[in-house]
Design a protein around this ligand. Structure first.
Ligand code: NDP
Length: 489
């Protein structure tokens, strides 16, 4: 990153009057135990790690690093709750508990939004408008399915699987917990969930809600820790299903470990989505869509539109407008309501982004970065785009998971379809055109789980999400999201 961009602190570079979210009422404990069998308990191993605020590197709380005995205890508790209570409960009663969780998230939405932004670095506007409402909506949606499984699987009889081991990443911490827990509970399973090491707080806060909702002890267990804790879940013999969201590398590891074990699994992995702009698109809207597709959540989005394909006849105009728009993006304190782009989630992720950008330059790409200044402390990266890149460049092929866009041009529909499909991934895509027929043709031929038409990054609990190829297996969300938590007779 150039020195020029690393000079100012929060206090000196306000283009807008700061509108900071109040944090005084937020209650975060100094140290968190593991949530097992309905209670926060200490680990047998007595090991801890710090969770920090990536915007200023301040320590927020100490988190327990669960070892394999802790994981076993959590699995035992989930198994016992499954056999004695949850699988025997009337489905409509199960639904009531899930509705209660949804309502409690709504009631405490502001608190959750602030904690999500503190722990993960995302702008408070996004936590408030996207993460927390969608998490609550997911619980509402699956609560509704709990007593209607016969309608989800007409003519078949669905039964629960048992204990689900669920491992989630750091980019949408509460939302990913909701994506995992809600369908599992609605179908009568119990869970052991591990949040990511850098963003454990909202999952632990969710544990408080689970207590408040009087969910029977052991139905939801939350074990914090790093990769080793995740591995202990994956390898545990008494887990019936693994649900994982994260890197393709760890997804492949999980497939290797559980091969032949009979465990069911869903893997939601990486992506390198093509966002395609045709010359007949509404250009100003498309430029907003590009910004949303790659700079939302600092680009830490598996379905981010990190490859932009612009039809040659409009490329100059689109790139000029995009660069102008990048200049207006406000980067800074995630808790400020003016902020468009918050902090990079961790030092490790910042290093990964920097090394990819260096690679892009060394491969001959032309780089453009917004000229914003970045705070001195914390982890930050400016909105960045590469032009003069081709299909073989690594910044075009590999997932960077940061605010870095690779731009290419195309002339024909066939050309752009073949370029869009030239990737090991297949999670999402975007198509911008005024012509409905073109829209249907292109979206049908792109091999990806979700294609957005004249929009990007729109989510709904009723809509299935998931990938092809190295982007994973199975679907989450919608009726399809129920399939991977049931056996069918
Ligand atoms: P990981 O895949 O390593 O992490 C995802 C989750 O898996 C975390 O909870 C992690 O724990 C856990 N985990 C790590 N190793 C194992 C293992 N061997 N067995 C079981 N669980 C494990 O992603 P990273 O956080 O390391 O990010 C690396 C890259 O992955 C990113 O740069 C990005 O490209 C991609 N990624 C993709 C995501 C997506 O949604 N598709 C989400 C996150 C990352 P812990 O956090 O403690 O390491």
């Amino acid at each position: 990153m150039s020195k020029k961009t690393r000079k100012l602190s929060f206090d000196t570079d306000w283009k807008f009057s700061p509108a900071l979210e109040n944090t005084e009422y937020i209650d975060i404990k100094k140290r968190y135990g593991l949530f097992i069998n309905g209670k926060f308990i200490p680990s047998k191993g007595k090991k801890f790690f710090d969770t920090i605020n990536p915007a200023n590197e301040d320590k927020i709380a100490e988190i327990t690093d669960a070892n394999s005995s802790d994981v076993s205890l959590a699995v035992q508790s989930a198994r016992s709750a499954y056999e004695k209570v949850w699988s025997k409960m009337n489905p409509s009663e199960r639904g009531k508990y899930i509705f209660r969780i949804a309502r409690l998230i709504q009631e405490r939405a502001r608190e959750f939004a602030v904690i999500e932004s503190l722990d993960g670095g995302k702008p408070i506007r996004e936590s408030k408008q996207v993460d927390i409402p969608l998490a609550s909506a997911h619980f509402f949606y699956y609560a509704g399915w709990a007593d209607k499984l016969n309608y989800a699987f007409p003519g078949r009889s669905a039964h629960s699987l048992g204990v689900a081991g669920q491992i989630i990443p750091w980019n949408f911490p509460l939302l990913m917990a909701a994506w995992k827990i809600a369908p599992a509970l609605a179908t009568g399973n119990t869970v052991v969930l591990k949040p990511a090491e850098t963003t454990p707080l909202t999952a632990l806060k969710l544990a408080e809600i689970i207590q408040e909702a009087d969910v029977p002890p052991g139905v939801v267990n939350i074990v914090t820790g790093g990769g080793a804790t995740g591995r202990a879940i994956v390898k545990h013999p008494d887990i019936d299903k693994i649900a994982f969201t994260g890197s393709t590398e760890v997804g492949k590891y999980i497939m290797d470990v559980i091969a032949g074990s009979g465990k069911k699994y869903t893997l939601e992995l990486g992506g390198k989505a093509a966002n395609i702009i045709f010359e007949d698109a509404a250009i100003n809207q498309a430029v907003e869509g590009i910004v949303d597709s790659i700079f939302f959540n600092q680009g830490h989005v598996c379905c981010a539109g990190s490859r932009l394909y612009v039809q040659e006849s409009i490329a100059q105009e689109v790139i000029r407008k995009l660069k102008d728009r990048m200049e207006t993006l406000v980067i800074g304190n995630p808790l400020d309501k003016n902020t468009d782009i918050g902090a990079i989630n961790s030092k490790m992720q910042l290093e990964k982004i920097c090394s990819y950008v260096d690679l892009g330059k060394s491969e001959g790409g032309a780089i453009h970065q917004s000229s914003c200044s970045l705070p001195e402390k914390g982890y930050w990266y400016p909105p960045t785009l590469f032009t003069d890149v081709s299909q073989s460049h690594r910044v075009v092929q590999e997932e960077i998971f940061g605010p870095v866009l690779a731009v290419q041009t195309f002339r024909t529909v066939d050309e752009v379809i073949s370029k869009a499909n030239n990737t090991p991934y297949g999670l999402s895509g975007g198509v911008w055109t005024e012509k409905g027929s073109k829209l249907f043709q292109v979206s049908k031929e792109i091999r990806a789980g979700v294609i957005w038409a004249n929009s990007f990054n729109k989510f709904d609990p009723g809509s299935p999400f998931g990938g092809y190829k190295e982007s994973g297996m199975g679907r989450e969300g919608g009726v399809e999201g129920l399939y991977s938590y049931v056996g069918l007779d």
